[in-house]
Every structure is written in structure tokens, then in C-alpha cells.
Design a protein around this ligand. Structure first.
Ligand SMILES: C[S@@+](CC[C@H](N)C(=O)[O-])C[C@H]1O[C@@H](n2cnc3c(N)ncnc32)[C@H](O)[C@@H]1O
Length: 275
């Protein structure tokens, strides 16, 4: 049953229309969107959530969209107090504080999909690694020789280090800093590079040159309007070509929504060569 249905007797039809059907749960923290018009109903909404999710220790109300290069939203605490929690994904645990770092439980299925593609012995690079969910899920569910994760936000790096220890992910190496500076300094080629970029992934494609082995794979994440979905694979191949890289889109899927009619997509590309 949805939050709207739980609130049906306590709020008018008009008010219910303003409420989102679902909300995100990360460990024992719930993140809910309550529009300004419904602020007076905050307590009723909080109680309805707690009724159904008794394990929750904190409820955060999103008061500003995910933004900035660290991709962290602004929140108001509407229940509880602590903002650090442990999220669980595919047998892995991630310590996170959503008020300081990016983490989305909604990408768990996508992470497992990627881990399922990684073959034994692969060398994998995760750009924009956050608190380490892609790197650690790959290290634990597959058998890569090494996974390198790069992250700029020092708070996220702090959690990434804790999460590597917590999950005993021995073959994960963390680099703190900007991908623009770190990727060119990495030696050798990778079998697979993930680009869960915070925005404009196309600005980082040039970094891939000389870093992916022929036949290797790149997972390119981007936001696109639903209307242009069918053109996306060709568009991304074009972006690679502009950067002197011949890569063939071999798979594409929607892996989340961003705004009305705008979704997050992943395009898997196989590296053919460079111009
Ligand atoms: C959309 S989040 C993805 C995080 C992680 N991959 C995940 O799925 O939870 C993008 C991350 O990229 C980081 N970031 C932004 N610009 C960066 C840069 N130039 N170099 C390295 N990391 C960067 C942000 O701090 C943020 O943690």
C-alpha cells in the first residue's frame, strides 16, 4: 500500500494529489518529499510512515534538490536526529550520511547487473565512486583482479574507506581527487570503466583514451528526455567518436527517473578502437 492510501482518511483529495506516491528508505532513514503546501500536515505524514516502517530512526524531508558537484540534497530532520545509517545491498553494507554524501538505494539493481557482467580477473575502474557501492558490489559479487574507485568529495571518501573495511573488499583501491587529474596518471588499461557521472558525462569521455582495452566495456550514465530515448545509443556513440573513440553501444536501459519525462539511462559500450 502506498503512503497516499495510508493517508486517505487524514487528508483531502487535493492534498493527497500534492504528495508523492513513494519515498526512499536508506537503512533506518526515510527520505520524504513534503511540498510547502503540506508542511502543516508534516506530523501526520511522519506518523503514517512510522506506522508502516517501525524500524526507522530518522525521517528527512528533502528541502532542496540534489545539486552541486557532490550531488547532495538539502534536508530538514522531521523525525529522530542521527543522519548516519547502514544501507544493505546484495549482502554488502554501506555506511552513509545522506546529508553529506550521495547514495541512492534505487541503483542497487543496476549495480548487481554490472557485477554480473564482470568476468574473473577483470581490472575495473569506477569514476565518481561515491561511498563505494559500485566498486564494493563488483568486488564482492564478481571476481575482478582489481577495482579502482575515484571520488572527489572527502566525506564520501571517508565513508568509502570505512565501507571497504566493513565489507572486507581487499582488492578495492581508493583514490581521492578529481578524475580529470587522477585518470591520466593511472597506468595500464582497464577491462571495464564505469562513468556514473554527477552531470554531463560527455565532458569526461576524453579521459578514457588509452585507458580501455580493445573489446573492453564502458558503462555510461546520463539523463535524457523520454522523447529522445530511441536516439540515445547513437548519440552516445557520436560523443565517443567526437573524442576520437570508436565504441559500439551494445545495451541500454532506463535505471531511474530524474524529473517528469526525464530519466537516468545507462548505455553499455564496447570499445572498438581509437582514431
Ligand atoms: C551521482 S554520484 C555517484 C556516486 C556513486 N557512484 C553511487 O552510485 O553512489 C557522483 C559522484 O561523483 C563525485 N564527483 C563529482 N565530480 C567529480 C570529479 N571531478 N572527480 C571525481 N569525483 C567527482 C561526487 O562527489 C559524487 O559522489
Amino acid at each position: 500500500m502506498s503512503l497516499k492510501e495510508d493517508l486517505r482518511e487524514k487528508m483531502s483529495e487535493e492534498e493527497l494529489k500534492m504528495l508523492r506516491r513513494s519515498f526512499e528508505i536508506i537503512g533506518d532513514i526515510a527520505i520524504v518529499e513534503i511540498p510547502e503546501e503540506l508542511v502543516s500536515k508534516k506530523e501526520i505524514i511522519v506518523q503514517a510512515i512510522l506506522q508502516r516502517h517501525r524500524h526507522l530512526k530518522t525521517i528527512l524531508r528533502k528541502v532542496g534538490e540534489v545539486n552541486g558537484i557532490y550531488r547532495v540534497a538539502r534536508y530538514e530532520i522531521v523525525y529522530g536526529g542521527k543522519t548516519e545509517t547502514i544501507a544493505r545491498e546484495h549482502g554488502c553494507r554501506f555506511i552513509v550520511d545522506p546529508t553529506r554524501v550521495y547514495y541512492s538505494s534505487k541503483l542497487a539493481t543496476e549495480r548487481a547487473r554490472i557485477a554480473g557482467l564482470v568476468k574473473e580477473g577483470e581490472r575495473v575502474l569506477v569514476m565518481f565512486a561515491g561511498v563505494g557501492p559500485y566498486a564494493i558490489v563488483i568486488a564482492k559479487l564478481a571476481k575482478p583482479s582489481e577495482v579502482i574507485g575515484i571520488e572527489l568529495n572527502s566525506a564520501a571518501v571517508e565513508y568509502f574507506r570505512k565501507n571497504v573495511k566493513l565489507n572486507k573488499a581487499e582488492n578495492v583501491r581508493i583514490y581521492e581527487g578529481d578524475v580529470n587529474e587522477i585518470v591520466p596518471r593511472l597506468e595500464g588499461e582497464f577491462d571495464r570503466i564505469l562513468m556514473p557521472a554527477p552531470y554531463s558525462a560527455e565532458n569526461f569521455v576524453h579521459l578514457l583514451r588509452g585507458k580501455v582495452r580493445k573489446g573492453g566495456f564502458v558503462h555510461y550514465y546520463t539523463f535524457e528526455s523520454e522523447n529522445f530515448e530511441e536516439l540515445l545509443a547513437r548519440k552516445v556513440e557520436g560523443i565517443f567518436l567526437k573524442n576520437g573513440i570508436i565504441a559500439k553501444a551494445v545495451f541500454m536501459r532506463r535505471c531511474g527517473s530524474f524529473a517528469p519525462y526525464v530519466n537516468r539511462y545507462v548505455v553499455d559500450l564496447q570499445y572498438v578502437g581509437e582514431l
